[in-house]
Ligand binder design. Structure first.
Ligand code: ZN
Length: 114
């Protein structure tokens, strides 16, 4: 039963307005003790610990594996890029040209020093 906050008349629990004065009963229903709540407090502790204990366990492992995989991939990729760049730089004509240019500059500087 819901007591009307306006006139005090007892109304049925499922009524939205007072049968005597027509005042809205939603405020009185919210302030009333929660006897008709669908979720019983006893059901929550049985479900909550299982969910909390099972949830954090399996989650961090895939994240760590994924980060390690990405770190390893980055290191391997960087090494491959450096090796490929060095191979291309030494194998191509431009690399040899820069090497010859560097050696000729060194020789010219030695000739000037002498
Ligand atoms: Zn009333």
């Amino acid at each position: 039963m819901i007591d009307c906050p306006n006139c005090g008349t007892s109304n049925p629990p499922d009524s939205n307005f007072c049968a005597n004065c027509g005042a809205e009963l939603s405020a009185a229903r919210a302030a009333a003790p929660p006897m008709a709540r669908p979720v019983a407090p006893a059901d929550l502790p049985a479900f909550d610990p299982e969910w909390r204990m099972s949830d954090p366990g399996p989650l961090p492992e895939p994240r760590r594996r994924r980060t390690w995989v990405w770190v390893l991939l980055g290191i391997v990729g960087a090494c491959l890029l450096v090796c490929i760049a060095l191979f291309i730089w030494t194998a191509t004509d431009s690399g040899q040209a820069t090497l010859e240019d560097w050696s000729t500059r060194l020789a010219e500087e030695q000739e000037r020093a002498e």
